[in-house]
Design a protein around this ligand. Structure first.
Ligand code: ZN
Ligand code: ZN
Ligand code: ZN
Length: 106
C-alpha cells in the first residue's frame, strides 16, 4: 500500500507535516489514495481532498507499520499495531479528512 505525497520519508511524513508523530496517511474518498496530508493531495490531484464518511472501513493508513486503520483506531491516538502515537494537532484538520463530525459543528 503506497502513501502519496510530496517529499515523503520512509514513514509517510511530507514537506508540510514532519514531526515525529506525523505518520498517518489519510484516504481521499474520490481518488482512493492515501495521502500524507490534504495539502499534498490538493497539489498533486485535480480535485480537492474528499473526506471519507462512516461507510469507509479504513480511512487511515499508519505510515509507521503500514497497517490500515479504522476511524476508531485512529481516534484512539495511537496505532494499535505498532503503538506509534499520532499527532493530536491533526484534529485541527478533522473536517478535511473525515465527514463524521460531532453533532452540531457543521
Ligand atoms: Zn482525491
Ligand atoms: Zn503534505
Ligand atoms: Zn502502526
Amino acid at each position: 500500500m503506497n502513501i502519496f505525497g510530496i517529499g515523503l520519508d520512509a514513514c509517510g511524513r511530507c514537506i508540510h507535516y514532519h514531526q515525529e508523530n506525523d505518520t498517518a496517511a489519510l484516504l481521499c474518498a474520490r481518488c482512493r489514495r492515501y495521502y500524507a496530508c490534504y495539502q499534498c493531495h490538493n497539489a498533486l490531484e485535480d480535485h480537492l481532498f474528499v473526506p471519507t464518511d462512516g461507510t469507509e472501513p479504513y480511512p487511515v493508513l499508519c505510515g509507521q507499520c503500514g497497517h490500515l486503520l479504522s476511524y476508531e483506531q485512529y481516534e484512539s491516538g495511537a496505532c494499535p499495531f505498532c503503538g506509534h502515537s499520532f499527532n493530536p494537532r491533526c484534529a485541527l484538520h478533522h473536517c478535511i479528512y473525515f465527514r463524521r463530525l460531532p453533532r452540531g459543528t457543521g
